[in-house]
Design a protein. Structure first.
Length: 246
């Protein structure tokens, strides 16, 4: 056998070994991640956790990292009876989550329409007594005191992320069919105060390693919240502790 044929055979064997390793890693890594997610969130073994990876896993493994990974967990319990659909993504992450940093970590939480009262109540602040989503808009209701009489007031609000996990609430007052006065009369009585933009601090409701980057209504009347994750979210326990609004 010529030297060239021997080299060709060894190259073929190397390719097969690398290919087998790649396949094995793509089987092993998702299973380990899924098990870790179920353990972390106290999910039963039957709870679906979908994991997919991109890139060359074997090369990443040599570097001690998991390549571009997407994790989808439907109906993830996060407290208060709230079970959003959650998607986590990282460009790469360390094999040992207690060491190193993740790259470009992010999370999407999609809250179904039937959970909007709780979620929007938390986001809209104390000025509003109830919140719903209708026809793609976030609608809130409250009451306004006029000489000891409570006048109902309604508004559509826009919620946008501000600095340091503060949400900017921008109301647009609407006519309320249950109100004994018109919107113009209400504004003249001082109701315009409720139409002023306000800020709601979310730091005491979120881990310090989370940064809200977007809030939007979904096509089916739910709410999509996007979050950036701190690079040390896996390795620094402090990043998982709630912040303060002092």
């Amino acid at each position: 056998m010529s030297a060239m044929k021997k080299i060709a055979i060894w190259v073929l064997v190397a390719i097969l070994i690398v290919g087998a390793g790649e396949v094995a890693l793509r089987i092993i890594i998702p299973k380990q991640i899924a098990e870790a997610m179920r353990s972390q969130f106290h999910l039963d073994a039957a709870h679906p956790v979908e994991v997919s990876t991109k890139g060359i896993a074997l090369v990443s493994a040599v570097q001690g990292r998991i390549p571009d990974t997407r994790i989808h967990v439907p109906e993830l319990p996060v407290g208060e009876g709230i079970v959003p659909d959650v998607v986590l993504h990282a460009h790469s992450a360390p094999f040992d989550p207690s060491k190193g940093e993740i790259e470009q970590g992010s999370m999407q939480l999609t809250f179904p329409a039937d959970e909007m009262g709780t979620i929007l109540g938390l986001m809209a602040g104390d000025a509003w007594q109830s919140a719903t989503i209708e026809n793609g808009e976030i609608l809130v209701d409250s009451s306004f005191d006029v000489g000891g009489m409570q006048i109902p007031i309604s508004a559509a609000i826009a919620i946008t992320p501000g600095d340091a996990n503060e949400l900017q609430i921008s109301p647009e007052l609407r006519e309320n069919p249950d109100s004994p006065v018109s919107l113009d009369e209400l504004l003249a009585m001082g109701g315009a105060e409720l139409a002023q933009p306000s800020t709601v601090c979310m730091r005491d409701s979120l881990p310090q390693g989370f940064t809200i980057t977007g809030v939007e209504v979904t096509a089916d009347g739910g709410l999509l919240v996007t979050v950036d994750l701190a690079p040390t979210i896996l390795s620094d326990p402090a990043e998982m502790r709630a912040g303060t609004c002092d």
